[in-house]
Ligand binder design. Structure first.
Ligand code: PMV
Length: 363
């Protein structure tokens, strides 16, 4: 049975640092969900401790999420145990260990807490969907740790999402944006006051209603794990011949995108989304060494989408993450037409006819 910890009084937690003493020795169980996101302006290239070389803007998704639970069990003395979908995952465990080794001091509890944690995680999207999960998994982990921090102090106030975003950023840059629903901006830009390289800010109140109705249908071109990690990709931006012009373009695209989101200007949105997606893969193609993550069917799908848009006037567009799968983005009002288009013209290019229907997460 899970026992919820109740501190004797909150003052105790405030006076003593660290805020929670393991002498209280009661078990606590917390759980949190966090979604994946798709960037419209891409973060590609970083410096310092996970600081972006340009601002980025993303939609937060609904159906693609990670659910993480943490049990603090004083009788469990084996450090951190980690199960992914019920099975030990040494690769992800190593990521968690490294993160906590470096950043445990940023959490307001005794480091001894880290000797008694059982962490479990699962993704809502299938293993083999080729969907990158670092944004959802690392933001879910951080949100869960912050919830634990509060539970240990019997503090039932909500988690500070700005702090969550900053801590998530240190684990995986794009995770900084996942803590907010609807859309988020990460990186300083003159057009949004309060924007920062340290954490993301919510754009929920700065976007026209149409963007809160957006669908993202993820067309699964390949379910294989990518052979070049995002970490390696970011590193290849150092010394990349197009780096400086890329960062300037991304800054400019951010400003134009923020304007189009505010005004509900779909044609500018479409232009920027597709240009950013293509640029990301061009940067990979022109890095040293060069590499390619898109596949022939990615290009077939892109051509079909552009052809459909020209024929019908439906403002559907694509985005790409660091992989071959295509994110098909469109407002809800065109859902019927686009669903028919997917079934008739796009599904055939997908691995095993697979796609995931997702949409923007509303708070
Ligand atoms: O958060 P990382 O280090 O996995 O990098 C993500 C980079 C892209 O997904 C390609 C773009 C983005 O802004 O999410």
């Amino acid at each position: 049975m899970k026992i919820l910890f109740a501190a004797e009084n909150k003052t105790k937690c405030i006076i003593f640092a660290p805020l929670y003493s393991t002498m209280n020795r009661k078990a606590i169980f917390v759980t949190e969900k966090s979604s994946s996101n798709i960037a419209i302006v891409k973060y590609w290239g970083k410096h310092g401790d996970q600081l972006p070389n340009n601002p980025s803007v993303s939609f937060t998704l609904s159906n693609c999420f990670t659910e993480t639970s943490i049990e603090y069990d004083p009788d469990f003395n084996h450090g951190i145990s980690f199960l992914f979908e019920g099975v030990e995952s040494p690769k992800f465990k190593e990521k968690i260990d490294k993160y906590l080794e470096k950043h445990s001091g940023l959490f307001e509890f005794d480091t001894d807490v880290f000797s008694h944690l059982k962490i479990e995680s699962r993704n809502s999207f299938p293993h083999s969907s080729g969907i990158a999960s670092s944004a959802s998994s690392m933001s879910a982990l951080v949100l869960c740790l912050l919830k634990l921090e509060k539970a240990l102090c019997d503090d039932d106030s909500p988690v500070d999402l700005r702090r969550a975003s900053m801590l998530a950023r240190l684990a995986s840059g794009s995770a900084a944006r996942s803590v907010f629903p609807v859309m988020a901006l990460w990186g300083e830009t003159p057009c949004v006051s309060g924007s920062s390289d340290e954490y993301a800010v919510p754009l929920e109140n700065l976007v026209a209603p149409v963007f809160k109705t957006y669908h993202d249908t993820i067309l699964i071109v390949s379910n294989k794990e990518k052979n070049v990690s995002s970490r390696a990709g970011h590193a290849l931006m150092n010394g990349h011949p197009m780096a400086e012009s890329r960062y300037a373009t991304a800054r400019y695209n951010t400003q134009r995108l923020i304007g189009s989101l505010r005004d509900g200007d779909l044609s500018t949105f479409v232009e920027i989304a597709e240009s950013e997606a293509v640029q990301l893969h061009e940067l990979m193609a022109t890095s040293n060494p060069p590499y390619r993550l898109i596949e022939p069917n990615t290009l077939e799908i892109i051509d079909e989408i552009r052809d459909f848009r020209t024929r019908t006037g439906v403002p559907v567009c694509f985005s790409l993450d660091a992989g071959p799968n295509v994110h098909l983005l469109y407002p809800n009002e065109y859902n019927g037409l686009v669903c028919d288009f997917i079934e008739e013209s796009l599904k055939c290019y997908c691995f095993d006819n697979q796609y995931i229907s997702d949409f923007v997460k509303i708070s």
